[in-house]
Design a protein around this ligand. Structure first.
Ligand code: AMP
Ligand code: MG
Length: 487
């Protein structure tokens, strides 16, 4: 490891100094032959970094963790977590490092983090490495989510390391440089609480308030206000996932952020056919993290956060539990409000439309979509055409034409706004077969399909001639899709 002579990058060490109990100083493993596969120029600029410098030899060394900027203190973060419902008291970054915090062009504090940078003291049985395919997958899907307007960690770069990674076969290794408004998780609070050190828990909560929810500091009950803020941002986040058809796949408490950003794109995938029971992850046998279960799982995860925060709510444990229970009881209302507002936009329903009418339209449409096994993304987009008077594209997608026609008539009667629908219902999402094609090509050194896909996904609402194949559902031959964890 050397101190970087290349791009000047002022990285803070606020997490490491304020919360040393949650930070293990560490350094990345040397990459034998770093080679930049993809760089996010727009994000680099947003961070106040020069893309040309990041492309230089020294810049790439920085992105792969081989060179640490002067003054930076890279750390592996310690956290706990419920994984598929079972509690692991000590997880943490097994193959990741927080390089530090930088201040972006708008003055916001952002974490710069590496994934796949080698074993840390928290690696347990893992090899600390990541393969090119899964790191590019996180890059593609997280950037697509950002373009869809959904809060998410961002991807700055993927660098191939030149090192082989042993999975079922030997795969080329890579490091992802990731940016987040922080990497604080529900699991961070669970770990802090489990130490029994209430001062540590309080420092963690103060750190979270300062970074994410500064308004909570002035509240009568700052820690309860922080918890309520997390309830709100998570309710909004999961509503956004549901509205766009995103299945996270591994909603363990260590993968739930305090900021409300989507994090850790492992076995995630987007729905093709609308079906609440959809599961893509190869290890999710019971369907715990099925598409339709996500709101309930989010609530369960936030109950775990409340448990961890109890000592901060009140000295008297009964009073603390009462406060937590009351707050958690608001989650469903928060989620329903966010989801309903989003669904109204997806259907272009006019402001002020009676709730009962709106709910009837939404419920009946969902039943129709389920029964007709329609492609979630295409169907909503084609409803936009129907709002403009051309129902044929939507009719082509369903078998029950009488049912659809009756629904369309009721819906058109309320005067849906097609322009709102076009801004809300994407044409292009990272369809599973397209992502797989791009990653397979990239793993074999052909980066063109990946670059083209990224360009399409950067403007998801903007339907463009010549890009029809990016909007189409998977060909039959693609079969049913399975994703893998920890890859
Ligand atoms: P995830 O489900 O990807 O968020 O990972 C869960 C936990 O496993 C985290 O603590 C990761 O750091 C750790 N982990 C996943 N893959 C590896 C690996 N190849 N080597 C070391 N740790 C890993
Ligand atoms: Mg994780």
């Amino acid at each position: 490891m050397t101190v970087a002579p290349g791009p000047t990058l002022a990285l803070g060490d606020r997490f490491a100094t304020e919360l040393p109990e949650l930070a293990v100083r560490w350094q990345a493993e040397e990459a034998p032959q770093p080679r930049l596969l993809v760089l996010n120029d727009a994000l680099a600029t947003e961070l106040g970094l020069d893309p040309a410098e990041l492309r230089s030899v020294d810049g790439v060394r920085l992105l792969v963790g081989a060179a640490v900027p002067a003054g930076a203190t890279p750390v592996a973060q310690v956290y706990a977590g419920h994984q598929f419902g079972g509690y692991s008291p000590r997880l943490g970054d097994g193959r990741a490092l927080l390089l530090g915090e930088l201040t972006d062009a708008e003055g916001r504090l952002r974490d710069l983090h590496l994934k796949g940078s080698g074993r840390t003291p928290l690696a347990r049985g893992g090899d600390g490495l990541a393969a090119v395919g899964p790191m590019l997958r996180e890059y593609v899907v997280s950037e697509a989510m950002h373009a869809l307007g959904i809060p998410t960690t961002r991807s700055l770069a993927v660098v191939a390391t030149g090192r082989g990674v042993r999975r079922e076969t030997v795969l080329p290794g890579a490091v992802l440089a990731r940016v987040a408004s922080s990497h604080l998780r529900v699991g961070s609070f669970q770990y802090a609480a489990s130490t029994g050190d209430v001062d540590l828990l309080r420092r963690l909560a103060d750190h979270a308030i300062a970074r994410h929810h500064p308004a909570a500091a002035g509240a009568e009950q700052p820690y309860l206000a922080l918890y309520e803020q997390v309830l709100q941002v998570q309710a909004e986040l999961v509503a956004r996932w549901m509205l766009v058809g995103f299945v996270h796949g591994v909603m363990n408490t260590d993968n739930v952020t305090i900021s409300g950003e989507t994090i850790d794109y492992g076995p995630c995938a987007f729905l093709d056919v609308f079906d609440p029971a959809t599961v893509y992850s190869s290890i999710d046998h019971a369907g715990r993290y099925a598409y339709g279960n996500q709101p309930v799982v989010a609530e369960w995860n936030l109950a775990r956060l409340a448990e961890a925060m109890l000592p901060l709510f009140a000295d008297d444990s009964e009073a603390a539990v009462a406060m937590a229970t009351e707050a958690l009881g608001t989650f469903r209302g928060r989620y329903n409000a966010a989801w309903t507002a989003g669904m109204r936009a997806k259907l272009g329903l006019p402001e002020g439309l009676d709730d009962t009418v709106a709910t009837g339209l939404v419920d009946d449409l969902q039943a129709l979509m389920r029964e007709n096994k329609v492609d979630h993304t295409t169907f909503f987009r084609r409803l936009g055409d129907a709002a403009r008077g051309d129902a044929e594209p939507a009719r082509l997608l369903v078998l029950d034409l009488a049912g659809l026609d009756a629904w369309l008539e009721r819906w058109r009667g309320v005067g849906p706004d097609a322009a709102v629908m076009d801004r809300t219902n994407p044409v292009y999402i990272p369809r599973n077969h397209l992502v797989e094609q791009a990653l397979t090509a990239a793993t074999a050194d052909d980066l063109d399909p990946l670059r083209q896909l990224l360009e399409v996904l950067a403007r998801p609402f903007d339907e463009r001639p010549g890009l029809e194949r990016y909007a189409e559902a998977a060909p039959e031959a693609f079969g049913s899709y399975v994703t893998f964890c920890g890859t």
